[in-house]
Each structure stands twice: as structure tokens, then as C-alpha cells.
Design a protein around this ligand. Sequence first.
Ligand SMILES: NC(=O)c1ccc[n+]([C@@H]2O[C@H](COP(=O)([O-])OP(=O)(O)OC[C@H]3O[C@@H](n4cnc5c(N)ncnc54)[C@H](O)[C@@H]3O)[C@@H](O)[C@H]2O)c1
Length: 596
Amino acid sequence: MAREFSTVGVVGLGTMGAGIVEVFARNGVDVVAVEISEPALERGRATLTRSTDRAVAKGKLAVADRDALHERVHFAVGLDALHSVDLVIEAVPEHLDLKQRIFAELDRVCRPEAILATNTSSLSVTEISVATTRPNQVIGIHFFNPAPVMKLVEVVRTVVTAPEVVADVEALCARLGKVDVTINDRAGFIANALLFGYLNHAVAMVESHYAAREDIDAAMKLGCGLPMGPLALMDLIGLDTAYEILDTMYRRGGRDRRHAPVPLLKQMVTAGLLGRKSGRGFYTYERPGSPVVVPDEATPLATDAAAADGARAIAKVGVVGSGTMATGIVEVFARAGYEVVSVARGLEKSATLREAVQTSLHKGVVRGKLAEADRDAALGRISWSATLDHLADVDLVVEAVVEELSVKQALFASLDEICKPGVVLATTTSSLPVIDVAMASHRPADVVGLHFFNPAPVMPLVEVVRTIRTSPEATATARAVCATLGKTGVVCADRSGFIVNALLFPYLNDAVKMLEASYSTADDIDHAMKLGCGYPMGPFELLDVVGLDVALAIQRELYLELREPGFAPAPLLEHLVTAGYLGRKARRGFRDHSHH
Ligand SMILES: NC(=O)c1ccc[n+]([C@@H]2O[C@H](COP(=O)([O-])OP(=O)(O)OC[C@H]3O[C@@H](n4cnc5c(N)ncnc54)[C@H](O)[C@@H]3O)[C@@H](O)[C@H]2O)c1
């Protein structure tokens, strides 16, 4: 029979502890909530009150239930108050010596049968456990932020944790309405091991002025459907906590440079910029603890200020190419009211392209998303051509031909001769350096990357890539055009993977390496990222959709450009590609799709 947990203790009522208290109290468990001092206790109490009041305001919690919840919580300063609890969860700052001290003390104070749990994100549960005389009753219970919302709990067993203790804690998680994955004691467990390299990389992008904070966050939200961008997430986690987690993972996890905290992070922590909890981190908040972002000196001006940056007027747009991307891009521009000159290689290709665009627009009408008159107007704005000469009077050219440098370079050399001065020339390349394309013309200042996502009419994001030769006016023009298209244009430097792929694919590759190391299963890893981080798909689901060959090609390029050892493609990924297990399109990837 599973052990009864009628009273639990929570030590440390910061970002995580206060949320953990709420989780237990909401589920009918009495809680002894402990802090180091009266002021800290008051802060913890205030956090709990704010959170439950918000739940009441949102209609998610009845007033009577909130009051009952608060009755179940007893606040106290000092660990002595924990003498009769059945289980303790420790959620103090991420320092091994501090946690060891607290566990030694808990061992003295608590009943001999009490389970002692740590919410550590990256420290060794084993090392914490040996500070007690009962390491077999010590376990990791890793909640996710915010604890009342996120469904996942990682249950971490050490080599000495008793099997009954693991089973009892698993049953407890179920009672709390959580989904648990039980894993061994390794730095970062599942979710953080896959998350923190990505977060640190995003911070490095800010530090190197690769892209603005808003653009990095928008790119990951709109390009990958993540619930929040990496920098907003860093602010939620707390920069001090994130720093400690990275530092521990770096030291414990094989000194992967990607986990070495970016210097900017340390500077921000030293300066007291800790994220939401201090009212200022990567963003500025209404007040400490508030989720509401307020403008600060780094907030970009509204888009109508684009003109001030010298954005050029664009009325007529040339689109070169006849593949999937060109088809979508022609449609997007025509629907947004631009006059479009579509140039394909030969009349036959032009006719096929025209049909594809007509079909797609017609589908919009059938689905009730587009009026017939608007469809006809959009089609009326497109002229179909098989010669580049028709681009002589356009204001913007978007090139979406085959992903081959020599082909794109030849095209840009021709555009140089045909187009009028002042035209913005854009390439949709997803993997070639934009500067290599730009230098094929004599006007590199006018060349930008416009990286649309597939399907272009649906995806809300466009990456605007500026090279070291791109003029501010060309960048401003590209960004303004994106806004007119109803898309968010994010500006970034000309490096492999731009923002989205550079941040996404190393994470996917890391998930493959984790599977390869038999640390966990594809199902548990997918679960962990969906339920712990709110991702719309787990890494293996996503890899099967994207195509393993595509993922491998992107990962190889990132590795070749940046020479980051951690970016080396996972051997398992290479083998699956070699074996023809490419994902859904091959009916088999990480999973078998032959029955769907
Ligand atoms: N922040 C996150 O997103 C997150 C998510 C999962 C797990 N964690 C882990 O949870 C733990 C707590 O992190 P956090 O972000 O909540 O930290 P935090 O800094 O927000 O809160 C820590 C709290 O512990 C209190 N404290 C310090 N020493 C104490 C002592 N001796 N006795 C009692 N209380 C003491 C502090 O006053 C503070 O309120 C860490 O191990 C962290 O790795 C954090």
C-alpha cells in the first residue's frame, strides 16, 4: 500500500517553493512552509496570495477553495517546524553546500521515516543525499515553473533511493494531478539538459548583438510555436538560478562549452537584474514579481517609425522561382495588395506555378478565408513571366530558386544588370550565407535575406537577414514589407541557421544524443518537453515531421560554420538517415508511421 502523505514541508518559498506549496495545498495536503527569515516568509506568503487571487479572478478557483487552501498552509521561520511532516521538498538556491547543510539539518529534525526530497535542477541528488544518514530516503522531485501550471514532474532516483520511496513519490505525483517521468541522477535530468544549452545560446545572441531580445523571442514563439521565447523564459526562471544551473551543468555534464554561462548573464546577476522576481532582467516589469512587461530604453519603436529609418516605398514586387516557397510567396504578396511579377524558368513552369497559386487561392475561398472578389483581385495583380527582363521596374525582388550558391549568384548578377537602382534584392536562402549571394551583384548594400517559413501563406514569421554590407534602409524596408504582409519580421545577422534553426536544431540533436545514451526513452523525452516546457511537440515528434535528412543537413552546416563540438550531429541521426528512416515522409523515423 502506498504511503499516506498528510503533511509535507516546503523549504524556501521563492520562485519554485511558493508554487510547490500551492500545488500541495490545492490538492488537500497540509503544508508547513519554511523560510530563512520573517521578511522572506512574508514574500513567500505574498507570492502564494497573489497566485491564488489570480486563479480566483480568472474563475479557476472558488473563493471558498482558496480560503481552504490557505488554511492548509502553516508558515514558519526555521527548519524546526518540520519535525512531524511525512515528506520535505527543499527549494532553496541552487548551491550544493547550502543544500547539503539543509539536508543534514533536516535529517536531524525530521522523523526517521520522513522522505527528504530536493527540487534541484542540476545538482547531484546523490551528493545531497549523502549529507544525511538516510540516503535511501532521499529523492529528487523536480517541478517545473510555474509549478501550479506545468504538468510534468521529474522524479530522480539515485543508486541508493529505495524502490518503495520511488513508488510512493510516483503515487503522490499522480495524486497532485502531475505526470511523472522517473529517471536517474544526471545533470539537468531530461528537460533542463535539453533546454539550457538553448537558453544560453539565446543569451549569447543578445550579448553579441546578433538580434534584439524581442526578435529572438518572437522568432521562437512564431517559428516553433513555443509558449514563450528564451529570454522571457530566462526572466521567469530567474537569472541567478539559471546561472547556477548552467554552471553546474557545465561542470557536471562533461564541460560542454554550450553550458558555460555567457558572461552577460553573470554581469546581469551581479547588477541585480534577476528577471521577473527583481522587476528587471532581459525585460523590464511593472514591479518585482509582476509578469507585465513595460517599455524601457531597449524597446523598439512602433512600426510606423520604419519610415524614419529610411524604409523605401514598395509597390511592385518580383518573385523569382517556381517551387513550393516561390508559390507561397507570390500568393502572400498578391494577397497583401502588391503588384507581383512572377518569373519562372520557362513558360511551362510559369503555367504550372500559376495553376498552383490559383488552386491555393481558391482553397482559401472554399474554406471561407478569402472572398471571391479578393481572390480575383489578388490574381489580377500578378503577371506571369518567363524572363527576368520584366523585373526592370520592380521595387523589390524576392529570389526563391533552388538552394545552390552558383545558381543564386548567377541570378543576382543578372538582377544587377536588369533592375533599376534602389531596388531591394532579397534571397530566401535558408542555409547559404547571404553575403555570398550579395557579392555577386554590385549593390550588396541593397541585398537582404528574407527567410520565409513553409507554408509561407500560413507561417507568421519572416527572418530578415542583414549582412555586414546591408544598408539600414534596406533592412528597414524589408521589415516594413513583412509588417504589410501581416507577418512579423525579425532581424538577425548573417550566420548559419539565422535565429530559429540555430536555436532549434542543436536542441533536437541533443535529444537524439540523450536517446542514444539510453538515458531515457523517446516517449519520456517528448513528454518532458511538452509537459515540462509547454512545447507543442516533443523533439522526436518534430524530427519525424521535419525529416531526419533535413535536420541532419542543417545540423551539419551549423557544425561546419561554428565548429562547436557540441553541434556535431548525433551518430544515431546519421545512421537513421543512412538507413532511410527519414521520418513521416518515409513512414518511419524515430517512430513507425506505417499505420497512419
Ligand atoms: N526557477 C525555476 O524555474 C526552477 C525550476 C525548477 C527547479 N528549480 C530549482 O528550485 C530551487 C529553488 O530555485 P528558485 O528559483 O525557486 O530560487 P529562489 O531564489 O527564487 O528562491 C529560493 C528561496 O530559498 C530561500 N532560502 C535560502 N536559504 C534558505 C534556508 N537556509 N532556509 C530556508 N529558505 C532558504 C530564499 O529566501 C528564497 O526565497 C533550485 O534548486 C532551483 O534549481 C528552479
